[in-house]
Design a protein. Sequence first.
Lengths: 429, 142
Amino acid sequence: MGEYFHSVRVNEALCDGRMACLKSCPAEAIRVRNGKAAIIEDRCIDCGECARACQRDAIVPQTSSFTDFARFKYTIALPSPVLYGQFRKEVLPRIILAGLRKIGFDDSCDVACASEAASIAIDEFLASYHGPLPLLSPFCPTVVRLIQARFSNLIDHLIPIDSPMEIAAREVKNRKAKELGLRRDQIGVIYLTPCPPKMVAIKYPPRKRYSHVDGAIAISDIYLPLLSAIAELNAELPNDNEPVRGIGLGWPVLGGQVSSLRSESSLAVGGLGDVERILEEIENGKLGDVQYVECQACPQGCCGGSLTVENPYFARSKILSLVARFGSTPCQNRDKIRDLYQKNYFSLPGRIASRPFAPLDKDISKAIEKKRLIQERWETLPQIDCGACGAPTCRSFAEDVVMERAALEECVVLATRRVGLSPPKVGLA
Amino acid sequence: MQPEPLFTQRFEIEGKDFRNAGKASATVKTILREIGLPPAIVRRAAIAAYEAEMNVVLYARKGTLELKVSPSEIRMMFEDQGAGIADIGLAMQEGYSTASEEIREMGFGAGMGLPNIKKNSDLFRIDSSVGRGTVLDITIRV
């Protein structure tokens, strides 16, 4: 399978082996061995749930730090519009953008306007599309990774439209290069991200060779300095004439994409469990009368990302109030975007590769035999999924034993039985 | 000669149990994927399994699924205790359904279940007797 970038890593020095992460992982990709958590790389779908679950911050998001950008002559902060929901209601987007310039970025650039462009491009795509339905949103990197791993039949349902982050980054980089007489590689565009998986979209954009974004800093990492910068600014800047506007402001909340579209038969699904269930249904040939499904790994959409600061429900209400105030004035000219769309400005070429989990064996006969042995082994286990062996379920432990990644002796419940102690009063008698 | 390796698993399916409806076919899909069968074959088997499972949930008191996977084929035998099908020829026609208003209200009963199972399988056998139940024997070649 080779090297693959993951957006979280275990810091073994901090890991105390308490296994909060073990059960949080929806892909059963974590094992705790010798008291330390380890991530099985090719199973991980980059949802970041383990980092959220860890009480010791031992699972570290692989975002960038400020020093990574020293090589650039000019830096531009590109905040996810989620950032607009992280402060008091009176703190409007343009004050936040000004605050970013104050804490050391040479410039800052709004992304919500690019979301509006993406919405129009999706409208155009849906209007002329005649293939299998429903189409799926490609903007949550975890959902894309889940589809690559488990729903390879649905890869072609992912709409081939560039993300607002990429649209905004390309536009601002080109514009600034011209204005300042710099080369594009002298300008660093830094995304301020609500979640670790966006790093995957930056390092390995699924359909492209490279991203226009040069790195990402966690919203939680810039929050405090930004907060004090904003406090100073608030007095200076009057509150009228908000230039950040348009329906794209709503994208950070679940359903924001759907409500920005013209299509009347689209729906939004949040939370990995429900996303998985709906993808199962689509793979079973259902939902063919729905045009577009917005899929978000986080139940509240991006404003529930693990690197945010504000309570996701407060953040949601702030985003919605911005939409109510400034959402109905477009920031894009629909005809102009339509024209750019016709010139393939937003379209992504190529096909997203599937990345299925490794099968039990490359040889189907051997894989069937192993599956049989796993089933047999599982039937002898306590089936209480206690996790004490370091695997999240008895079934995954049975697999580890058959695949010789774990020894049967590691099952604590069986061990107490073997030495004649009365086993814990759980599971099979 | 070594016998062909064979993986078997049996599932119980409860009629009218909508909370768990679809779980057996989802598990079948996971198993086939773990074994490493090609995605297109896994999908066909999953669709056939899902439609057949929903038939048991919607129309029968209860039923079983016996899954057998060998290197050459996937075989799924559904046996249910239910009303049975009076006219199999009619039931195999697209759009024909005996579903109640209630079932249609839930988005099922479009009369595509059995035709869909047949379409996705390589061998398909159906036996039914009214008042006793129905047997579906589905084979998909690998």
